[in-house]
Design a protein around this ligand. Sequence first.
Ligand code: ZN
Length: 203
Amino acid sequence: MPITVCGPACTTDNKNNGRSCGDPQRSYVGAVLGTYERNGYDDSDFLAVVWDGEQVTTREYASTRGWTYHNHATVDATEQVRVAAEAWYRDRLLAHLVAVAREHATAPRVGRRVRSLTRRGRHVGVTGQIRWIGPDRYRRDGGQRVGIAVPGEDALRYLPARSVTVLDPEPVDEQRLRGHAATARPDWRHALQDLTAHGHPTP
Ligand SMILES: [Zn+2]
C-alpha cells in the first residue's frame, strides 16, 4: 500500500463509528521507501519518505494534531524506485561527505599554520602557527579564538578563529569517500537527516 489519506467525500458516519474510509486517496503508489514518527512535546507526526520521480523527500500523512485515523502509509517501493532513490542518495552523500571533510580539513586547530584575514589593525596579513584555541568570550554565538605564534615575537597574538585561514589543510581523500558513498545503503528513516548532518565524515 502507498500513502492513503482520508478524502473529502468520507462521511462523518464513517469517521465517528469506526468504519473504514469512505474516500481513500492514494498517492506515491510503489514509491514509499520508509516511514517514521516525529515526536513533538504534545503531538506526533507520521511521515513517509518517498521518491517523487526526481528526488527523495518526505510527506506527512498523519498527525495527532487532527483526526487522521483513516490515513496510513506502507513501504511499497518498487525495485525501479529503489534503484533510482539509491542513486540519488549516493550522489548527494558523496557531495556531503566531501563538503564535511573539506570543512574539517580547513578548520583552525592547534599546530596548523594560518594567515590573518583581518583588513585593519595590527594583525593584517600576519602568518603564524596556532598554539591555543578556545571559546571567544567576546562573542555569544559559540565562536572561537585562536592564539598564534608569529616568528620573531614572544607573545601569542589572539584573534577570532573565523578571521584566519588555514595554510596547510589536510588533503581530502575523495577516492575513499567515493568508495564509501558508492556502497552506502541508506536507512530511509534517517537518510535525509544524514545528508545535512555535520561532523566527521568517517562512519
Ligand atoms: Zn476517511
